[in-house]
Design a protein around this ligand. Structure first.
Ligand code: FRU
Length: 479
């Protein structure tokens, strides 16, 4: 049998649904077997959102990279995933790496990086393909056969954007001279794609490689999303091994300058978030990220059960004063099946506690009153995940020390809260997504509780809170 037999793999996939292992999520995209990573080819086409993602169907290692494909009209009902693109020729024999998608002349096309190594030397090619009726991508023209001069073999993850009727790409890259990360722009002309050089930023030496760029437009602003590797951790940011973030400014396609850009800001403050990609459709910006992290596979115990990682929920982005706010896509409200209201006028010294459903969304406003420190905990029997806010320091701490498996440690970031702390929590079987202060900050993380029990939501503080109001919903599974 061929290594990547679409018929056999799709049949095995179909058998794997509904997902069976107790750590599998109910409303996060994931696979019954193999390792998934970056969302790819996000495209609205023919009345549906198409989501592709990196997938190794043959094991839980970062190799054999294929693209899997699902579609959805509403982010609640999904088609069963299928194998769409796999390494089977000389150009992409070492993996069909990340890329983007587009709807063109009634067809769904993708553009991806063909990963190829010869004697340890990388020869990355950027190639188009078209989704066929049988669910596979037909491989077509190679538009950039190798990395350009001055750039190493780390040259990948093309993302297409349009300005004034012209098509451009941003591609993640590494400079040869000093092995630092950058992003190149290519412009389509009648005779092909031309290298317009680097996007000039004020970031300078900012890590050794930038992966997965997206160039987005929010009104008159351009936002360059990218994933720099090799930045040192700081007290309140860059705490993961690799980052996913953005700068907002104005990109001049004449000078290639990103003018008046903001500082680099992270898109997510959790432990497990990387390589996001954004749909731009009907004025909305919908982001999906990979809930995982490169080079940390040993931290994720679902590996022992033959599958790894999820994608985040879709998040709608807004840019306000140079900062991206992210809210869960409104379609997700259709997952709500049972509602309970929370209204506590003044908390007792013992605080507040409520059992959660198997999948839940909690939307809470905490009026802090005299409290200086407040802690929101997801308690799984003897294990716990804590969100601790220190009002004097204005620091939010996410603490996973209380979980035995799945990576311990803390993440800390600055968050300004005056009187009221707002928290929206999506708690799936292992995936937790927290939205703070109406999407000013977001955190994605995975927890792997030892026991198959539903968590309790507990809120305690160093002084009674003035009030807690909100709602908790049971959420349905994806259908
Ligand atoms: C990011 C990344 C991309 C690459 C893909 C391979 O996680 O390393 O740069 O295209 O994953 O799976």
């Amino acid at each position: 049998m061929e290594k990547f037999d679409k018929g056999a793999i799709d049949a095995e996939l179909a058998q794997g649904f509904p997902l069976k292992h107790r750590w599998h999520n109910r409303f996060h995209l994931e696979m019954p077997f193999g390792l998934i990573n970056d969302p790819n080819g996000l495209t609205y086409h023919d009345g549906a959102y198409h989501i592709f993602y990196q997938w190794n169907p043959l094991g839980c290692e970062h190799k054999n990279k294929c693209w899997a494909h699902v579609k959805t009209r509403d982010f609640v009902h999904y088609t069963l995933p299928e194998l769409a693109l796999w390494p089977d020729d000389v150009h992409d024999k070492d993996g069909c790496y990340s890329g983007c998608g587009l709807s063109q002349d009634g067809k769904l096309r993708v553009l991806y990086t063909c990963n190829r190594k010869e004697d340890g030397v990388r020869i990355p090619a950027q190639r188009f393909g078209t989704l066929q009726d049988d669910g596979s991508v037909r491989k077509e023209e190679i538009i950039i056969p190798d990395h350009p001069e001055g750039i190493t073999g780390h040259f990948r993850d093309p993302f297409l954007f349009e300005r004034r009727g012209h098509r451009y790409l941003v591609i993640g890259a590494q400079r040869e001279e000093n092995e630092t990360g950058t992003v190149l722009v290519y412009e389509e002309r009648e005779d092909g794609w031309h290298n317009r050089g680097e996007v000039h930023t004020r970031l300078g030496d900012f890590g050794y490689m930038w992966e997965c760029p997206n160039l987005l437009q929010f009104g008159s602003y351009d936002v360059l999303v990218f994933c720099p590797q090799g930045l040192a951790a700081r007290e309140y940011d860059r705490q993961n091994i690799y980052q996913a973030g953005y700068i907002a400014g104005h990109l001049s396609l004449d000078s290639m300058d990103m003018m008046q850009h903001t500082k680099f800001q992270e898109l997510d403050r959790g432990f497990d978030f990387y390589a996001p990609q954004v749909f731009e459709h009907e004025g909305r910006h919908l982001l999906l990220g990979w809930m995982g992290m490169p080079d940390k596979d040993d931290d994720y115990p679902s590996k022992e059960h033959g599958w790894m990682y999820s994608l985040t929920l879709p998040r709608e982005l807004r840019l306000r004063q140079g900062h991206i706010y992210a809210r869960p896509a409104r379609e997700l409200r259709d997952l709500r099946i049972q509602e309970s209201a929370v209204e506590v006028d003044k908390t007792e010294a013992a605080g507040f506690s409520q059992p959660l459903f198997e999948g839940s969304e909690s939307l809470m406003e905490l009026e802090l009153g005299e409290a200086k420190r407040v802690e929101v905990v997801l308690r799984y029997g003897l294990e716990k995940l804590a969100f601790r806010y220190d009002r004097e320091q204005q620091v939010m701490t996410i603490d996973r020390e209380g979980m035995k498996r799945g990576g311990r440690g803390q993440r800390q970031f600055k968050l300004f809260v005056d009187q009221s702390l707002s928290l929206q929590l999506f708690v799936d079987k292992t995936a937790v997504e927290a939205f703070f202060q109406h999407g000013e900050e977001v955190a994605s993380l995975l927890v792997f509780p030892e026991k198959n029990i539903q968590p309790e939501l507990e809120i305690t503080a160093d002084a009674p809170l003035a009030s807690i109001t909100g709602k908790i919903w049971e959420l349905d599974s994806f259908k």
